[in-house]
Design a protein around this ligand. Sequence first.
Ligand code: FUB
Ligand code: ZN
Length: 644
Amino acid sequence: MTSSIQQNTPVSLKNVVIDNGFWGARQANNREHTLPAIKHQMEITGRVDAWKLDWKPGQPHKPHIFWDSDNGKWIEAAAYSLMTHPDAELETYMDSVIDLIAAAQQPDGYLNIFFTAVEPQNKFKNLRDWHEFYDAGHLVEGAVAYYEATGKRKLLDVMCRYIDTIDANFGPKEGQKRGYDGHPEAELALVKLYHATGEQRYLDLSKYFIDERGQQPLYFDQEAIARGEDPKQYWAKTYRYCQAHIPVREQDMATGHSVRAAYLYSGMADIAAETGDEALKKACMSIWDDLNEHHLYITGGLGPAHANEGFTVPYDLPNETAYAETCAAIALVFWAWRMFKLDPDSKYIDTMERALYNNVLSGVSHEGSHFFYANPLAAFPNVTPHGQWSGIVGDRDYRRSEWFDCACCPPNLARLVASLGGYIYSTDTDTLYVHLYASNHAEVEVNSRAVKISQQTDYPWAGQIRLGVDVDQAGRFRLGLRIPGWCRAYTLKVNGEALTTAATKGYVLIDREWKSGDEIILSLEMPVERVLPHPLIRHDAGNIALQRGPVVYCIEEADNGNNLANVIIPQDARMITTFEPDLFDGVSVINVEAQRSTTDWKGGLYQPESAQHLTRVPTAIKAIPYCFWANREPGEMRVWIREN
Ligand code: FUB
Ligand code: ZN
């Protein structure tokens, strides 16, 4: 056996059943509330019927250029749910949606609602802005997932035909257009299609899109000229917006629109892992470091600016106006997972876990049918993030919505929650890695032997995880347990005996002869941490955040009254964690012996300090997990809280 961590392969979510605990509840909610809510919205907004391609000017429900992607993500979410929880009614319904999609395919293989039903004259005329390959990518992901869930090939065959059409028209060969999409997505989807079909051409097409991006002469300029436009008048002003300003191997910074960015970087990591391309790997690693060192919110959110739905400059992390789109954090989960494959190190899973428990989950209401698009880290009534397409502009209070005209986030969230089982384990030839802690049982193959592994835990509310191993025959393999980056002390016992093995790249590797009934108890110390911001994050100066385990906390008006800017958590404040079984079906809250600054202010807005009497009074404050904020009456919220 090696002593290092090799490239490894995820254990399919088909083999992992999350039966209870935190994620069991989230997945049940996803199945019972989120998926039906999405189905309802897909129907009433015309997104399903749009496949009939019979929209006429003047009629309601004019199709949008990326309704196809909403369908793709929704099918994918349903497929993952079917993998672990068969549901004949849901499957029959999804079959009927797939029938509609198949019937919409054009004789030449082309498939797109808007550019068939609304503007057929504009097919493939503006890859920079019009999302045709992005749409195709999401439908491919849906098709692959549905095939894996049900064994049914109908949508997979439809998508292979469409991709074959794209492949025939775009590429480096004589007579082909050297195009790629302004919104990356197809790149990572094609890698999935390659794995599902074994067809090398799909991997090659993905690599082509990645290789061609940002090359001169720039395809987007040529395409604009062909449309009779001046490329200099590009509405987004810079090709950084779509990460096409320079070839991808020369890129070393997270830039532009954040969802586009993280999907692209996911595709780059996929291609680097598939082909062993060192230059691409280096670019992925540099961009990763830039994101984590300069641009990531404590909640795992990314892309602070509304204007470009994306990145700005290092350390620019405003709170009330944070965009931090749900899709961007979801895309970060995808990217992190692929980075681990490329460069096995728990730092990627740490970021993935940060995004998952915080920015991703805040995207859906506790009851499961309302959604956030932007995920601010502070809220004040009447100060709302100005989401460009979110339908929430000007709301008095920032609340989750049932749906959005641009509905990218809800089905994205549903597909990730439904597929969470696929992010828990991976294997290499002789090691089974445990990345995430969640109650589940799984069947895996390690070192050519069938292994059953189970976890029982109250994580993220408690740090103890009980793992059980069951093998058909006793045998040797390694179990690699991730020690989360947030954890500063832990103990580990195997069958009651303490182990003190040090972690390698964040994983304790237990190399032994395993037999059925072996039990491992991992206890991760999980105190409340007072987290300081980097001194250059000007928005957070003088503030701290509370984090316990992977969960970031916030204070809300519902628990603490208003004027939360006056709350102070002194350095010696006592904090007690309690589990409240009736709050959001059971969460750990942090009770803080804090203070409030008060004053009997006299005069106008600005007064000499000497004329005022500022005091502090003790006050009890309750912090709740950030992901559950805005589930009660509207009001103020803060993640970053004054220390002085
Ligand atoms: O453009 C497609 C999706 O819509 C993006 O990924 C989101 O940011 C939203 O703009
Ligand atoms: Zn979104």
